[in-house]
Design a protein around this ligand. Structure first.
Ligand SMILES: C[S@@+](CC[C@H](N)C(=O)[O-])C[C@H]1O[C@@H](n2cnc3c(N)ncnc32)[C@H](O)[C@@H]1O
Length: 226
């Protein structure tokens, strides 16, 4: 098992189907990623690929809103993918996270994939901007932070724990805030394809389409846009 410090908390290692490491949160009784799919695969397919961020950044600076940081897999996969694009424009990522222990876990765990993406994430959290990437990490209640943010984002990764565990994130009010924060040609991507969730996003003004399944046990996600 890879080095995972600290282990004093309410988290334990969660090895996932594609071999990549995630965590399980005992308090929420939920994994940070789908064990049966794989942390790397889920982040890559549902967030990085579905958002089209690698195409956008070829022609313009991109602002990414990351809800929530978790173990940083969505961001690390994104940095790793974007690092391979020559002449890309700037990325400004804003990440929201309640749990102040997670940046330390990211810093001290050497088993997370992809390595180049995690090295970049650690550098951005602890040293500052690098390689045309800038990361603002807000530790605190992300729902309140959404009210305060006043900028437009090209891409939003919407990845809280489930509606059952964190119902306050999955409300029409929050989705209206996402609509306000989204650029006209931007998109919100999420692992959820729940009927009620889609109905509430529609009530907030969004159109939508499916993120295709990769395998039979891979739940559909959703891309929301204006
Ligand atoms: C599914 S995990 C995010 C996984 C992450 N995107 C990744 O790639 O590793 C959900 C996260 O939401 C965080 N969270 C729960 N309530 C929150 C709140 N009110 N504000 C900000 N983050 C919150 C949890 O601490 C947890 O890290």
């Amino acid at each position: 098992m890879p080095n995972l410090i600290p282990l004093k908390s309410d988290k334990k290692p969660l090895p996932t189907a594609d071999g990549s490491l995630s965590l399980y949160n005992i308090t929420y009784a939920e994994g940070y990623h789908a064990k049966s799919v794989g942390a790397f695969t889920e982040s890559h397919h549902k967030y990085f690929v579905s958002s089209g961020i690698s195409e956008k950044i070829k022609s313009k600076d991109v602002r990414l809103l990351d809800i929530c940081l978790g173990v940083g897999c969505n961001l690390a996969v994104t940095f790793s993918g974007l690092l391979k694009i020559p002449d890309r424009k700037k990325l400004h990522a804003v990440s929201l996270e309640l749990d102040s222990e997670l940046p330390l876990i990211i810093k001290n765990t050497d088993g997370f994939w992809p390595k180049d993406g995690y090295d970049m994430l650690r550098k951005l959290i602890y040293e500052g901007p690098s390689n045309n990437f800038l990361l603002d990490l807000y530790i605190g209640d992300g729902i309140k932070k959404l009210d305060e943010l006043d900028m437009k984002f090209d891409v939003v990764y919407f990845d809280p724990f489930s509606k059952r565990r964190t119902p306050d994130f999955w409300t029409v009010e929050v989705f209206k805030n996402l609509y306000r924060l989204l650029a006209d040609d931007g998109c919100v991507v999420t692992y959820s394809s729940g009927k009620g969730v889609r109905k509430d996003f529609a009530e907030a003004g969004f159109k939508m389409h499916d993120i295709a399944k990769m395998t039979h046990d891979f739940h559909k996600g959703t891309i929301f846009y204006k």
